[in-house]
Design a protein around this ligand. Structure first.
Ligand SMILES: [Zn+2]
Length: 170
């Protein structure tokens, strides 16, 4: 995976690959600008209600047609909690209360390197409706989870949730 930034965003000169700060990076020979690639940060919600978890079927690539937690990328300047409330509202129409962090996972999206922070979340009112980049939303019990899950982070977060549900029912 290679992000081709060809021209210096500061002065417009053609960038070169050079060693800088310990590895090969894109550097501007005219003004000294060094391009540091940033990771993407995504946030996701494990929304629980009456012993069921809310999943959303993706209407976009990657993993189109598969089930994932409501999630999306943080916009620049947003807090993770604000980004999560916005994404869940866009995809499902629901207002949520954001709880503790469930876990942090590496993104397994072929188009992006970074992490996804998954939070526990609650919602008390209203029924979800699919919107934005989601084709369907549904509540699932721990023993009725769909097979076609989108991401490794989806699988791992749901496995943690199932374990917690089983512990609670003992
Ligand atoms: Zn430059």
């Amino acid at each position: 995976m290679r992000f081709e930034l060809n021209f210096c965003p500061r002065c417009g000169h053609l960038l070169e690959d050079r060693e800088a700060f310990g590895r090969i990076r894109r550097v501007c020979p005219a003004c000294g600008f060094v391009f540091f690639r940033d990771h993407k940060i995504a946030v996701g919600a494990l929304i629980e209600r009456d012993g069921h978890v809310l999943l959303a079927r993706r209407a976009v690539t990657p993993q189109k047609g598969k089930w994932a937690l409501p999630a999306g990328y943080m916009d620049y300047g947003e807090t993770p909690e604000d980004a999560l409330r916005r994404e869940v509202k866009e995809e499902t129409g629901l207002d949520i209360t954001v709880g503790d962090v469930l876990s942090v996972f590496p993104l397994d999206n072929p188009d992006a390197r970074g992490v996804i922070i998954i939070y526990w979340a609650q919602t008390n009112t209203g029924e979800p409706r699919a919107d934005d980049d989601v084709s369907e939303v549904a509540w699932f019990a721990p023993d009725e989870l769909p097979e076609d899950l989108a991401f490794e982070s989806t699988r791992q977060a749901l496995a943690l949730w199932r374990t917690r549900c089983l512990d609670a029912s003992r």
